[in-house]
Design a protein around this ligand. Structure first.
Ligand code: HEC
Ligand code: HEC
Ligand code: HEC
Ligand code: HEC
Ligand code: HEC
Ligand code: HEC
Length: 407
């Protein structure tokens, strides 16, 4: 009984294998070499992935099996180099495909050599032949950092100094004030104990400490909006775009590598895909309204109604934060600070974004000095003073200096 079941189950893969081998046509020319596949993977990720997936339809078709369905490998090479030329030649396969994809124009990769295109196909085939991965959420690179509270050591250090100064100032002012003089020199009977300098100091100290704590608590909670998750004017989902479709963060947030701001994408970036995808959706029509696009005529009108995205992360004006310094130079993943955005239907503020949060990371994080000649000298100086093997932290390059973060 058991055996019958097993052999029954075995029949299917064997049959499938037979069918597959009979299908091997020109796809046998595709390399299985690991180095070629790696080259192909890089090319694919850099140039094709915004529109194609191996096993999934995106802007263009799933590329798995294209080596079997397209007219020939040469056809694919010509297509990748200039698809409009192939379409213009009247090629039947190309014209049908083009119409099927609502006349979306594929980018032309005119400079691609044959072996580069073959490497992409090698990668696509290697991926296509892999068994499906078990379901599960995408991996978060960098890991969601735990929420640090205000680093007490640091606070103690500045506040220690600040409290003594403040207290001295407070005492100086208060001791000379009329009220205090009245208390001390009161003609009314006051016990010698309460009027003793020790008692007055104690009262003043307690009052000062309490008011100081209130001020500090206030400072550290001003503008703290961890968890802030406003409703956005378009139901845009990071879970769908960055998660399920794996669109790279930097494809939309183009500023993160280059400058201070990561930037919210302009509707033109949405249009790269949504001029075709989901035209009928009321949410997508808000994108069209924003730039005055008329789907029926595929033309632009004058009427525009900008999308008013609600800003979520917001430092006060007195603080300076630069994305490219952290993402590009520091090599920090977006998720370290923003959390698992690719799992969020609606974005929320994941980190505290307080001064303590910035400082805490600057004390713990090693400077990413690999391949950055600028840091060679600093590393030398650092190791000379702190000993070899002592990694240079952000604090060692001035990451705790007030002026670095404050205008
Ligand atoms: C801007 C989006 C876009 C990019 C980028 C893009 N493609 Fe395409 N591709 C398409 C579309 C859309 C089609 C479907 C035909 C059409 O509408 O032109 C297509 C079709 C194809 C086809 C034919 C598929 C079939 O089923 O026969 C191949 C092969 C192909 N692309 C390869 C590539 C490769 C390789 C790259 C990267 C070097 C790439 N494409 C980059 C949009 C794109
Ligand atoms: C297809 C385009 C697109 C991609 C891909 C994308 N985003 Fe966004 N992102 C947006 C848009 C549009 C908004 C504004 C609406 C919103 O908050 O959801 C936004 C908002 C954000 C915000 C909040 C900004 C604020 O107001 O403070 C963060 C943080 C963010 N994205 C990070 C990421 C990260 C990290 C990734 C990659 C995992 C990513 N995004 C991928 C389009 C994109
Ligand atoms: C070291 C922490 C950190 C990292 C890493 C980081 N961000 Fe940010 N991000 C912030 C802070 C802090 C703000 C608020 C900045 C402000 O208000 O000036 C912010 C704001 C934003 C905003 C709102 C608009 C803007 O530019 O101010 C977007 C969008 C965003 N980040 C996306 C990203 C993306 C995408 C990545 C990865 C490529 C990334 N961030 C990496 C800390 C970080
Ligand atoms: C690289 C391609 C790509 C880009 C760029 C892109 N999207 Fe999308 N978007 C998709 C795909 C794919 C879907 C899923 C379509 C489906 O469900 O069939 C989608 C779905 C959506 C939906 C859900 C529509 C519905 O009614 O189900 C909204 C809303 C949306 N996108 C908004 C945006 C906005 C806003 C931008 C620009 C900030 C944007 N998209 C940029 C590919 C893209
Ligand atoms: C996840 C860790 C992390 C967090 C959180 C973080 N930083 Fe940084 N920061 C770094 C790293 C790493 C560098 C060093 C980058 C480099 O190599 O130049 C850096 C460098 C800097 C520098 C340049 C320092 C110098 O001496 O050149 C400034 C300014 C800065 N960060 C500001 C901030 C502010 C403001 C915040 C909070 C809003 C913040 N950072 C949060 C990791 C972090
Ligand atoms: C790594 C960056 C960084 C460094 C270094 C830094 N700060 Fe800050 N500081 C911030 C950020 C970010 C905020 C805003 C946080 C918030 O609103 O919760 C802030 C807020 C403050 C505030 C509160 C202002 C207000 O209105 O909320 C004071 C006061 C302050 N910093 C003083 C200092 C002093 C003094 C130093 C030097 C000993 C210093 N900071 C060093 C990043 C930094």
């Amino acid at each position: 009984m058991m055996n019958e079941k097993i052999s029954g189950l075995l029949k299917f893969p064997i049959l499938a294998l037979l069918v597959l081998t009979s299908f091997i046509s020109f796809s046998q020319d595709i390399s299985k070499d690991a180095a070629v596949i790696k080259t192909g993977e890089d090319l694919f990720n850099g140039n094709c992935k915004s529109c194609h997936r191996v096993k999934q339809k995106l802007v263009g078709p799933a590329l798995a099996g294209v080596y079997d369905r397209a007219p020939s490998l040469d056809w694919i090479k010509n297509w990748v180099r200039n698809s409009s030329k192939v379409i213009a030649s009247g090629d039947k396969y190309a014209v049908t495909l083009y119409n099927e994809y609502n006349k979306s124009q594929m980018t032309a990769f005119t400079s691609y050599k044959d072996d580069q295109i073959m490497a992409i196909l090698a990668y696509v085939k290697a991926e296509a032949d892999k068994p499906d991965a078990p379901a599960g959420g995408p991996q978060v690179a960098g890991g969601g950092a735990a929420q640090p509270s205000i680093p007490s050591g640091y606070l103690d250090a500045i506040l220690g100094g600040m409290i003594t100064n403040a207290l001295k100032k407070y005492l100086n002012e208060k001791q000379l004030s009329e009220e205090d003089n009245e208390v001390v020199n009161s003609p009314i009977t006051v016990s010698s104990f309460t009027s003793s300098p020790g008692f007055i100091f104690l009262v003043v100290f307690v009052v000062a400490a309490i008011s100081f704590k209130t001020v500090i608590d206030g400072l550290y909670s001003i503008g703290v909006q961890q968890g802030y998750q406003p409703k956005q004017p378009i139901a845009f989902s990071h879970k769908l775009h960055a998660g399920a479709y794996e669109i790279n963060c930097k494809y939309c947030h183009t500023g993160a590598m280059k400058g201070k701001q990561a930037n919210i994408p302009s509707p033109n970036i949405c249009m790269n895909c949504h001029s075709q995808i989901k035209q009928e959706s009321p949410e997508i029509q808000k994108i069209y309204a924003a730039i005055g696009y008329d789907v029926k005529t595929a033309s632009y009108t004058e009427k525009q109604k900008p999308i008013e995205w609600v800003r979520i992360h917001n430092l006060p004006d007195l603080a300076y934060f630069n994305h490219s310094q952290h993402v590009n130079v520091g090599g920090i993943e977006c998720q370290t600070c923003h959390g698992p955005i690719e799992e969020m239907e609606v974005v929320k503020q994941y980190s505290l974004l307080t001064m303590g949060w910035c400082i805490d990371c600057h004390r713990k994080t090693n400077v990413n000095n690999e391949g950055n000649a600028y840091y060679d000298k600093l590393v030398q100086v650092h190791e000379a003073s702190k000993g070899k093997g002592n990694k240079m932290k952000v604090e060692d390059i001035g990451g705790l200096e007030c002026s670095k973060c404050h205008y």
